[in-house]
Design a protein around this ligand. Sequence first.
Ligand code: CP
Ligand code: NVA
Length: 309
Amino acid sequence: MKRRHLISLHDLSADKVQEILTLAAEVKAHPKQYKDTLKLKTLAMLFEKPSLRTRVTFETGMTQLGGHAIYLAQDVGLGKRESVSDIAKNLGRWVDGIMARTFAHKTVTDLAEYAGVPVINGLTDLSHPCQALADYLTIQEKFGDLKGRKIAYVGDGNNVTHSLMFGAAKLGMEIRVATPAGFEPKAEVVAMAREDAQETGAKIEIMQDPHEAVRGVDAVYTDVWASMGQESEAGDRAKIFPPYQVNSKLMAGAAPHAVFLHCLPAHRNDEVTDEVLDGPQSVILDEAENRLHAQKAVMILLMGKKKKK
Ligand code: CP
Ligand code: NVA
């Protein structure tokens, strides 16, 4: 079941994760060659949370592949106006794929169970796999082969952290995650990523010292201190997280060639200073652009015609 969807990078083989990145680079280099790959296909896009990048890149991606995307806002009422399984079964009769951004991760796995068409996780409280694919595509563009490359994630151990850990594990990288005590990535996610890491030689390290995390790394990553759905905690978190701000001083501890990444949206001068976000090491706009290419690759693999044997 899981192989027909993109719910978590943990579900994919290491080869499949690399295949997506390779196809994404190819689609980016030769977009016209793929213009009819999803001709007359439709993607339904369900959003329980706001979005700029995810909505625009999936919709644009479908257009560029010859298909069409439908934006379905909160008023669909997933599990409120109608049960998630009923919505999934209805959509499955009309469309060729579903992308969903939800609070509960279970909503996306339930959609996958009942829809009968491929389901793509466009961010849940637990993970954000499309983001990590774009992030690793961006790092691959800068440095080539990802195996053995080092990335530091500094800040809140959240959905983005989880997918970065799964991706690093599949790609044979070293990831160091530095968070304040109590804001670590989920223990079961760390355990699952470490299991994957055993197969690829990847290293997953969890720590509290941001300076130790960034020492000598190729890429430094941060995200907001309070994610969507945690708005009421933002004030308390703002008192705890300042030592984890990515600023020029912290960046100086990384390798001289290091790049800075952020999934965006950013809260400027909270988790990252303007100086870093807009500085020469920042690759945030390549990263945002690469959402488009990475997701086109995912949609081609999940929704395109199977190759004849
Ligand atoms: N990075 C990301 O997913 O952006 P949006 O929330 O704008 O979709
Ligand atoms: N961690 C953030 C990512 C936004 C793309 C959130 O969930 O709000």
